[in-house]
Design a protein around this ligand. Structure first.
Ligand code: 3UK
Length: 512
């Protein structure tokens, strides 16, 4: 891919102005409340940029916290900050005052733009944020009124390709949240690498999906990729599988981004009900490994493959995946053109094919933590160490095993929880499951499965044993869960990932 950019570069010129010139009347952003052409969307972006710069004194490099559900105001606010030369700091809607306070102080945020419905927690955090000078809300008329009085034209700030424009905070299951810095050129590079080489969208595509814009999976999939080619993005404030499916039909969406659990739920709904997903042509899964049974179920229900891809906030977006014709069900895929990936051992040596090790990757984007000593853990000898254990096969495909910290060592065997989960998911009684290692006097650790049953199933000893036997028949018997607990729901992070550490902590607590 062509990943060279001019030294002076503002990504909003490439993502918005280029489309204005050729397709200003094409829909850019569609929500349940409004539909904005590229021209109207760019005008909103420009008005917000005016407010920030000319009424609120924003200067290039200032950090602006952004907060809202996925809608046209949230996206316009992000783009306004980029256009004005500021640094966008989008935050997940579910964050509380404590977490927001950490982000405000750590990123030295000077301005905040926030959906009025999410004002409360930000208000509580604002008192203890010494650099915060302006907090402006939309949705209650405040930002709208300021925008009405502002010009719809705003020339993009003359930023450098290497200026920081985005700080993405990681969900951070443990420890302080980490801020990952990305440059103007990075936002284009993910479009020109994964977008052009793997996803290959066109201007008539209609993008839709569930990840928040504050999560780089969502920002890429629901804004950068569509805008890079002049396509349309549908933003949903609520995007559970029950809401996403009818929205796909209503908007005739062609490209959908969501997580494996949602693909599984949607496969089930499509196979049992009359859901029209005939408009779809690309289905992207990321955030967690896509179990092969989920791939199979979606393909049975719709005829479409799901494109798995591993990305990380540190890397901005997906760096291993496969274009449709090279998908290998169960594998994550191949390095995205422009990226290199390898599996390494304890001392950085490359592992032989077929042997598990730590994933190392490098390419046009990479980890730059904001003032964080953990930079030295993530980037070693120029390679990004994502914390995932992988196996590379003879053909170069990468097969996910587990987060490196989550590998279960039981009686000397290395067992990957996700493999046991995939085996359990092929049993008709299982809706969702999470597999972790729990301490055991004899074996060091044993495999324990937390299982959410399909509606109408009874949790009893007979079913428990049936699940254990099922796993023994599907994969090497020593991997079967010696402990099984039936639960009503699994703990998940704001980005939809299974919280394995929370499952491990449940041990010893009273079962629900
Ligand atoms: C895990 C996967 C197996 C893996 C993300 C796409 O998930 C994203 O970013 P996060 O910072 O988490 C990164 C970690 O999540 N993971 C993500 N995708 C997969 N594991 N198979 C996958 N397909 O542990 C990785 O290190 O929340 C995903 C695009 C942008 C993103 N930020």
């Amino acid at each position: 891919p062509q990943l060279r950019y001019p030294a002076r570069l503002n990504c909003t010129v490439e993502l918005l102005d280029r489309n204005l010139a050729v397709r200003g009347d094409h829909p850019a952003v569609v929500t349940s409340a409004e539909s904005l052409t590229y021209r109207r969307f760019a005008e909103r972006v420009n008005r917000i940029a005016h407010v920030l710069v000319h009424r609120q004194g924003l200067v290039p490099g200032n950090r602006v916290l952004l907060r809202g559900p996925n809608n046209a105001w949230m996206l316009a606010a992000i783009f306004a900050v980029l256009r004005a030369g500021g640094v966008a700091v989008p935050t997940m809607p579910l964050l509380r005052a404590r977490e927001l306070g950490t982000i405000l102080r750590k990123a030295r945020v000077s301005h905040a733009l926030c959906d009025a419905r999410l004002a409360e927690e930000l208000g509580k955090a604002a008192g203890d944020a010494p650099d915060l000078r302006h907090v402006t809300h939309w949705g209650d008329g405040e930002l709208e009124a300021l925008c009405d009085a502002a010009s719809p034209d705003f020339p993009a700030c003359d930023t450098a390709a290497e200026d920081v424009c985005l700080i993405g905070f990681t969900s951070g299951t443990t420890g302080e949240p980490k801020g990952t810095m990305h440059l103007h050129r990075d936002l284009l590079a993910v479009c020109d690498a994964y977008g052009q080489e793997v996803l290959r969208p066109g201007p008539e595509d209609v993008f839709i999906g569930s990840p928040p814009l504050a999560f780089t999976f969502g920002l890429g999939g629901l804004a950068l990729f569509p805008f890079r080619v002049g396509a349309t993005t549908v933003l949903l404030e609520k995007a559970s599988p029950e809401e996403l499916l009818p929205a796909i039909a209503r908007h005739r969406a062609t490209i959908c981004f969501t997580a494996p659990t949602a693909w599984r739920a949607m496969a089930q709904a499509v196979s049992t009900g009359a859901q029209d997903v005939s408009s779809l042509r690309r289905c992207v899964s990321a955030g967690e490994a896509l179990p092969k049974p989920v791939f199979d179920a979606w393909q049975r229900a719709t005829g479409l493959p799901i494109m798995d891809g591993i990305g990380a906030t540190e890397m901005l977006h997906i760096f291993i995946g496969a274009p449709e014709e090279r998908i290998r069900p169960g594998a994550t895929g191949l390095p995205v053109p422009g990226y290199e990936a390898k599996v390494i051992g304890r001392n950085g040596e490359e592992m032989p094919r077929g042997t598990p090790g730590r994933l190392a990757v490098r390419g046009p984007t990479g980890c730059r933590y904001l003032a964080d000593p953990r930079q030295a853990d993530y980037v070693q000898r120029g390679w990004n160490i994502t914390g995932d254990t992988y196996v590379q096969d003879e053909d170069g495909y990468f097969w996910y095993q587990a987060r490196s910290d989550d590998m279960i060592i039981s009686a000397g065997y290395n067992i990957a929880g996700p493999e046991v989960e995939a085996a359990l998911l092929t049993h008709p009684a299982v809706r969702e499951c999470g597999v972790v290692g729990v301490p055991d006097a004899e074996r060091g650790m044993i495999v324990k499965a937390y299982v959410v049953l399909q509606a109408g199933m009874t949790a009893d000893d007979a079913l428990l044993r049936a699940l254990q036997d099922h796993v023994k028949a599907e994969i090497a018997p020593y991997k079967y869960p010696r402990a099984v607990e039936f639960v009503a729901a699994l703990p998940r992070t704001g980005t939809g990932k299974l919280q394995r550490f929370a499952l491990r902590q449940r041990v010893g607590e009273q079962p629900a």
